[in-house]
Write a protein that binds this ligand. Structure first.
Ligand code: NAD
Length: 247
């Protein structure tokens, strides 16, 4: 079935940055597929907001760290709406621990979701975008993938890996008019920060030149731009959205 609207697939779209990205891309005229482990909360107005904009929204329950689940979700979406124009990889976790105490599970969980998950999703949509000779992929990395962070060998390695993956995929898809970029946020107010200690938060805020934590819209608007035609000559780029936390 052919869908005249652009279709955006947003992983991790049930919460935080991904939920905001889903709403902003709907504002930009896209129908939205949210791929996540869990549906958004009933109280979360994101899905209603997307529908109130007159756009379609569908939920694909899948674990990005399982390649078969990603492939099935992408096949389901293509059979339903016939196209995928945009992929935004937002799904992510962290399991902080200093390396001498980090167990195999903490290492693997983060690499599996934050790096392999991006690989599986990019691999699944690449043939679709290559055939369409058009598309935009945005991968959410982190400034900690650029600078490292105490207690985050797993997360920093995964997020640095996302940058290498992004630059390579930009080279591989450029001839088919598909752009691939990464956004590297600093500290952004989302549920992922719930377990952060007050001391760690204050230390992080002290690093931020603009003197505040980021809002999801700060990241979402950059993603919206990179997915738009206004960014058609930008590919292989990593853009920090961090209020000057890392310069
Ligand atoms: P969040 O916890 O609010 O949202 C993450 C979403 O990913 C959730 O809906 C969760 O269910 C989903 N998810 C987790 N594991 C998944 C899996 N295996 N399969 C499918 N979905 C899964 O977090 P957030 O802060 O919005 O983070 C979004 C992205 O931004 C992450 O990649 C994170 O690493 C990155 N990031 C966040 C910050 C920050 O300060 N919040 C900073 C830098 C980078």
């Amino acid at each position: 079935m052919d869908n005249p609207s652009r279709v955006a697939l947003v992983t991790g779209g049930s919460s935080g940055i991904g939920s905001c990205v889903a709403q902003l891309l709907a504002r930009d005229g896209c129908d939205i597929a949210v791929l996540d482990l869990k549906r958004p909360n009933e109280s979360d107005s994101a899905l209603y907001h997307i529908q109130s904009l007159g756009k379609q929204v569908c939920f694909l329950e899948a674990n990005v760290s399982k390649s078969e689940e990603v492939n099935t979700a992408v096949e389901t979406l293509v059979s339903r709406w016939g196209r995928i124009d945009i992929l935004v990889n937002c799904a992510g976790i962290f399991r902080d621990q200093v390396i001498w105490k980090m167990n195999d599970e903490q290492w693997r969980d983060v690499i599996d979701v934050d790096l392999s998950g991006v690989f599986y999703c990019c691999r699944a949509v690449s043939p679709i975008m290559r055939a369409a000779k058009k598309g935009a992929i945005v991968n959410i990395s982190s400034i900690n993938g650029m600078r490292g962070k105490f207690g985050q060998t797993n997360y920093a390695a995964a997020k640095a890996g996302v940058i290498g993956l992004t630059k390579t995929l930009a080279r591989e898809l450029a001839r088919r008019n598909v752009t691939v970029n990464a956004v590297a946020p600093g500290l952004i107010e989302t549920p992922i920060l719930q377990n952060m200690s007050e001391t760690a938060r204050l230390d992080a805020v002290a690093e931020i030149l603009l003197g505040r934590t980021g809002q999801v819209e700060d990241v979402g608007e950059m993603v919206s731009f990179l997915c738009s035609d206004r960014a058609r000559f930008i590919t292989g780029e990593v853009i920090r959205v961090d209020g000057g936390q890392y310069i």
